[in-house]
Design a protein around this ligand. Structure first.
Ligand code: ADP
Length: 230
């Protein structure tokens, strides 16, 4: 049986005034893949992430989720529903400072209207998965960077998303925390979730033998399995 294609970029161009952030980019990512988006600063990695979550719209081209949803055409409640179907992780965590770890994660399910008992079970499960159950009542500011990113990952996966997309998830972390986060993302991928990680960290890419889509000046220059080769 053919695998489901989770994310397709088809001839995608993103232009800011006369600057091309992405220039005719095409790739397809299958369900269950772990893919690194790599390249030097300014290559277009973040733009791919922004377009994939429709924080921005492409100038031209198509973005297709799960073989059927035209991400670039979504608006209103359909866009909100799409974003709730994917997990998103940022370099700066983007946790809600006035909520505890537990509340940050539970919030995702509350806005979907899930029953309280189901929320409790799911939140407990993901906080245990990321090793933060003992910090469930802590506020983000009292946590280390690594712990904050683990809380953000718990929040991103609590809805059991088909796709997890991360923009420089280890950019603010030291080596030891970086390694923990990459192992965690790998574990989540091993359970079947498609994981897409934009990074310029060569060591991170080389630590796992995964598919690499390399960008330069807004174009895909290589698409292969293995370490980061410049
Ligand atoms: P990367 O994530 O690989 O560092 P980006 O996707 O952030 O690269 O940026 C790609 C190019 O697009 C860069 O040259 C950047 O300056 C430009 N760019 C990104 N966002 C904007 C914007 N909002 N306005 C103008 N130019 C932008």
């Amino acid at each position: 049986m053919n695998k489901n294609t989770v994310l397709i970029f088809e001839n995608v161009t993103k232009r800011y005034k006369d600057k091309y952030a992405l220039d005719d980019v095409t790739f397809a990512i299958d369900e269950g893949e772990f893919v690194f988006l790599v390249g030097p600063s300014g290559a277009g990695k973040s733009t791919v992430v922004k377009l994939a979550i429709q924080q921005e719209k492409p100038t031209s081209g198509k973005i297709i989720f799960n073989s059927k949803i035209r991400v670039d055409k979504l608006s209103g409640s359909k866009l909100a529903k799409y974003r709730s179907m994917i997990g998103i992780i940022f370099q700066d965590f983007k946790l809600i400072e006035t909520k505890t770890v537990w509340e940050n994660v539970a919030f995702v399910l509350e806005v979907c209207g899930k029953p309280t008992r189901e929320i409790k079970k799911a939140v407990e499960y993901v906080l245990d998965l990321v090793g933060l159950l003992d910090k469930k009542d802590a506020f983000p500011k009292t946590l280390s960077g690594g712990e904050q990113q683990r809380a953000a990952i718990a929040r991103a996966v609590v809805n059991e998303p088909l796709m997890l997309i991360a923009d420089e998830p280890t950019g603010n972390l030291d080596r030891s925390n970086t390694w923990d986060i990459i192992q965690l993302l790998n574990k989540i991928n091993n359970w079947g979730t498609t994981v897409i990680v934009a990074t310029h960290d060569v060591e991170v890419v080389n630590s796992l033998n995964k598919r690499v889509i390399a960008f330069e000046n807004g174009r895909v220059i290589r698409d292969y399995i293995g370490g980061y080769e410049l």
